[in-house]
Design a protein around this ligand. Structure first.
Ligand SMILES: *Cc1c(COP(=O)(O)O)cnc(C)c1O
Length: 369
């Protein structure tokens, strides 16, 4: 790993108090939501935890949809807060099916919250958010979405889908900093949160952030605001606005299409068979029978190509071709597909690297590709 050849200006000036609210509003505009938006000065996992524990209390029932370790954490936090959590888990590395959601939403059962991840960075699954949100709203349940990875890579219409809480992280498709995150909170969600026993003082209490920031005129954030992270978020939003959110999403969609075409060109089926069920963030490729995931990753790494491991129930079964954020482009997708193909071939598997490369190039260079 080579170090940056320039010196980063790390002695950053303070982030001025009068910039927080406009920054939140720029993010809200990108999300096209009328919900409130609060910042959490920590990586998105903490924003997820803050959301879960601000919603959870004894007497609350939740349906938690698990398609990666992130969803499993969310369920654990809800339970810790005293909520009754029913969990449905997808097949390894696959999105949940609407049939499974329908079966879990049997009428008569009380239901306050439906929680899910939208697009998975951990395995490339894309959950059927619109259908799940509609069913949850039909049951009058709050819709809580981990959109950390998907925002910027997939359309996310917070208000039209009736999403009550969306957790956003700048470090994935938005190519921003990892040390702060944001949560959109609807009026319905605030009403629910208001009934949870106050656990202030806590940096993870959404109710406390509401009173200490939203209701205090949205000047400087409570605590010591992290200037480095906020300047970096502002720079990321500048870039997204300049490129246009729609083009950022299209760029991710094209990278996914190219990666999937590339795998098929190699003669290897993507882990997720259905294109519509695959996220635009990463494309999971199987570890062919008899081969070792870590050796495929090591072979690619020797040539500077970072393939990702699978996490949780898919560990060792697939490798991830990451095309998120700055990697959502031709160079990165071509490198990932050909390095994966060469590594598979070298380790004794079968891959037509020429056809894989041609398919990636075609997805970028040929009209309609
Ligand atoms: C990356 C990611 C997160 C947050 O992970 P961090 O460790 O905060 O970067 C949460 N949910 C999903 C779906 C993710 O892809």
């Amino acid at each position: 790993m080579s170090l940056p050849f320039f010196k980063l200006p790390l002695d950053v000036p303070n982030y001025p108090a009068d910039r927080y609210a406009p920054l939140a509003d720029r993010l809200r505009r990108l999300l096209a939501t009328k919900s409130d938006l609060v910042f959490i000065q920590a990586e998105a996992l903490l924003a997820l935890e803050a959301s879960a524990i601000s919603l959870a209390r004894p007497g609350v029932s939740a349906l938690n949809i698990v398609t990666s370790p992130y969803g499993a954490y969310f369920g654990a936090w809800l339970r810790r807060g005293g909520a009754a959590v029913e969990e449905i888990t997808a097949a390894p590395g696959q999105p949940i099916t609407l049939d499974a959601v329908n079966a879990a939403l049997a009428p008569g059962k009380s239901l306050d919250i439906v929680a899910l991840v939208h697009g998975e960075g951990a395995n490339g699954a894309l959950n059927p958010l619109a259908g799940i949100a509609a069913r949850a709203r039909g049951r009058d349940a709050l819709v809580v979405v981990d959109a950390v990875a998907s925002f910027g890579a997939h359309p996310l219409d917070v208000d039209a889908l009736g999403i009550d809480i969306a957790v956003i992280g700048p470090q994935k498709a938005l190519a921003g900093p990892a040390g702060l995150s944001a949560v959109t909170v609807s009026g319905r969600a605030w009403a629910h949160i208001a009934k949870t026993a106050d656990f202030a003082p806590s940096s993870l209490s959404l109710a406390e952030i509401k009173s200490a920031w939203l209701e205090a005129g949205r000047g400087a954030l409570p605590g010591t605001p992290s200037a480095l992270e906020f300047w970096a978020l502002e720079a990321a939003i500048d870039r997204v606005e300049a490129e246009g959110l729609a083009s950022v999403i299209t760029r991710h969609a094209r990278a996914a299409r190219a990666a999937r075409a590339g795998l098929r060109g190699l003669g290897i089926a993507p882990w997720i068979a259905d294109d519509a069920a695959a996220s635009h963030l990463v494309t999971s490729a199987p570890v062919p029978p008899g081969l070792d995931a870590n050796r495929i990753i090591a072979e690619a790494a020797e040539h500077g190509v970072a393939l990702g491991k699978g996490f949780g129930d898919i560990e060792g079964k697939l490798v991830r071709l990451d095309h998120t954020g700055p990697r959502a482009g031709f160079t990165s997708v071509m490198a990932s597909v050909t390095a994966y193909g060469k590594a598979v071939g070298k380790l004794g598997g079968k891959a037509d690297v020429g056809a894989g490369a041609a398919a990636v190039a075609s997805a970028y260079f040929d009209a309609g590709g």
